[in-house]
Design a protein around this ligand. Structure first.
Ligand SMILES: Cc1cc2nc3c(=O)[nH]c(=O)nc-3n(C[C@H](O)[C@H](O)[C@H](O)COP(=O)(O)OP(=O)(O)OC[C@H]3O[C@@H](n4cnc5c(N)ncnc54)[C@H](O)[C@@H]3O)c2cc1C
Length: 543
């Protein structure tokens, strides 16, 4: 077997891995290998924003995990989609762009991730983004980073104006940019799209770097083990089809497999809780109890309404409307095919005496049904969805390997609603949403209330309903989190695995706590700052 040698090996070409591949190959002197389990992202279902519906269950681009029965959710088994394709989950996500709120990052720093407070990460967001909005039909740009973030306010469905009016009537603050100086309030979401196409991390970071001779991308390559000399990570073994290969890393290996697969790979490689590894006959290289621990995710519940006014259903629920939207997209790259279904929402305080916004709201101008193994289906009757998501849950779950075989899915144990604080925040969310529903603007939109109806449930019923129907918003994080030492964390504040040389984990698993809001933006920021650190260390070592 020929063994190739690189300076850096990156495992996973997702939101974070694509950033690293770009940044580490930028100076042309480092030889970089990027290994991705999935294949090409050149598919209309990925590139056209509305195609989200078709990648949600598609095994050719999606790991399609299932969580374990979750006691907090009445023992339900939740579906956990994850991207398995170039761009990773940024190629199959709903494209809502949120940096998170300043206190999220101040809390990172307070928990031991020194240097990750808001004032330190804000400039990293700024240099990463190009913000685009339309004024008088012309595009106006702010910033010149690789990731395009498009303000779709001029294209948002008409009915969103009524949602915003209802928010004002409920006394909620308004903002025109949830990622701006004032991120609190109801608004129109901005999307990671560029000229009507999805702007995944592969589009923004990987594609421009692929021309470089010093970056090698290998797709359909599953890394099966990290290999060590003593406590230094020196190589990876990976499988491509029926071929087993190895690659050596002269400098560092960076694991960017995402919140589920990064801890899984570490555990399979002998880094994890000694008892768990022992149960599966894996030799323990380093007993790191928190590998796989610390899991945090967002849960949301949706309430559906039939609407007195046309919504997206009125167009996409009918063949003629879909054809019209397809033509508009084909000729202008605009219209419903260029947008996310998550159009209106924001960060709201559930009570004025709470120091930070604690709920994320979604007001979607569409209703749809999701089936097992079928794409979400939009019916013709106008409808809309109101939804809330407690922004900063405190419950923590785990990801553990289920067998010594890397190709077996791991055990995902969300441990939802296991803290009293989280159960209380569900009730605060229901009360908050009720204040929106009770407004004249919202009452004017509601034709019929479907059951369950938050307006008529008492607290016990509302919590029971949340346990029965809430679902992940696909933001799992923290399973290899940064922190002060190996007993309470996996990584130090420079994303290096405690006790191991030459190995970093850089992806959403490194978050110390889940951020308020959607997690793609903060993952990309984390990878940018992680790349800065690697480059600094390289310079300090005289290379
Ligand atoms: C359906 C869905 C909707 C979402 N909607 C939004 C949204 O609207 N806005 C938002 O901000 N966030 C959203 N998210 C979340 C966001 O996309 C993720 O938080 C983010 O993409 C995580 O990035 P990552 O780099 O940690 O992992 P990923 O992007 O998942 O990348 C991990 C990559 O590593 C590869 N990999 C894993 N293991 C191996 C291995 N052993 N060998 C080789 N390759 C491997 C995977 O195939 C994958 O490509 C959504 C996610 C999903 C799934």
């Amino acid at each position: 077997m020929t063994v190739e040698e690189y300076d850096f090996i990156i495992v996973g070409a997702g939101s974070a891995g694509c950033v690293l591949a770009n940044r580490l190959s930028q100076d042309g002197r480092q030889k970089v290998l990027l290994l991705e389990a999935g294949g090409s992202d050149r598919k209309l279902s990925i590139r056209v924003p509305i195609g989200y519906a078709f990648t949600y269950q598609n095994p050719s681009v999606n790991w399609r995990y299932n969580a374990q029965p979750d006691a907090g959710l009445n023992n339900r088994i939740a579906y956990w989609p994850r991207g398995r394709v170039l761009g990773g989950s940024s190629s199959i996500n709903a494209m809502v762009y949120c940096r998170g709120l300043p206190h999220d990052f101040d809390d990172w720093a307070a928990s031991g991730a020194t240097g990750w407070n808001w004032n330190s990460v804000r400039p990293v967001f700024e240099r990463t983004e190009t913000k685009v909005r339309r004024e008088k039909g012309q595009k106006v740009f702010t910033g010149n980073g690789p990731l395009w973030v498009t303000n779709e306010a001029d294209q948002a469905h008409k009915v969103t104006a009524r949602f915003l009016e209802a928010g004002t009537q409920a006394g909620w603050p308004m903002t025109d940019d949830l990622n701006g100086a004032n991120p609190e309030g109801l608004s129109i979401y901005h999307n990671t799209t560029r000229n009507g196409w999805r702007c995944s991390s592969a589009d923004a970071f990987l594609r421009p770097a692929l021309r470089r001779g010093n970056l090698r991308l290998v797709t359909h390559a599953i890394v099966e083990r990290l290999l060590f000399e003593g406590s230094k990570a020196t190589a990876v073994s990976y499988r491509q089809g029926d071929q087993s290969r190895q690659a050596l890393a002269r400098r560092e290996i960076i694991v960017s497999g995402g919140t589920i697969n990064s801890p899984k790979l570490l555990q399979h490689s002998g880094l994890g809780p000694a008892a768990l590894l022992g149960d599966h006959g894996i030799d323990v290289l380093c007993d790191l109890p928190e590998v796989g621990g610390g899991l945090q995710d967002h849960l949301a519940v949706s309430y559906l309404y039939d609407c007195t006014q046309p919504t997206i259903n009125s167009q996409l629920g009918r063949l003629q409307g879909r054809m019209a939207a397809a033509f508009q997209y084909a000729f202008t790259r605009r219209g419903l095919f260029s947008l996310s279904v998550n159009q209106c929402g924001g960060f709201i305080r559930s009570s004025p005496d709470i120091p930070q916004p604690d709920m994320q709201i979604y007001c979607n101008p569409v209703t749809y049904s999701t089936g097992v193994d079928t794409p979400p289906k939009v019916g013709p009757e106008p409808g809309f969805i109101l939804s809330f998501q407690p922004s900063r849950p405190t419950s923590r779950g785990r990801i553990d390997i289920a067998s010594p075989d890397i190709h077996e899915p791991p055990l995902i144990k969300p441990n939802s609603l296991s803290s009293e604080e989280d159960r209380n925040s569900v009730l605060r969310g229901v009360h908050l949403l009720r204040s929106l529903i009770d407004t004249p603007a919202m009452q004017g939109l509601i034709k019929t209330r479907r059951q369950p109806d938050p307006a008529t449930m008492n607290d016990a019923e509302a919590l029971q309903d949340f346990r029965e129907r809430s679902a992940t918003v696909y933001h799992p994080t923290c399973t290899c989190r940064m922190g002060t030492g190996p007993q309470n964390a996996v990584l130090d504040a420079r994303l290096r695995v405690h006790g191991i040389e030459g190995l970093r984990v850089i992806d959403a698993s490194a978050f110390p706590n889940v951020t308020s809001g959607n997690t793609n933006g903060p993952t990309i920021m984390l990878a940018q700052k992680g790349a800065d650190m690697i480059i600094e260390d390289l310079k300090a070592s005289g290379r």
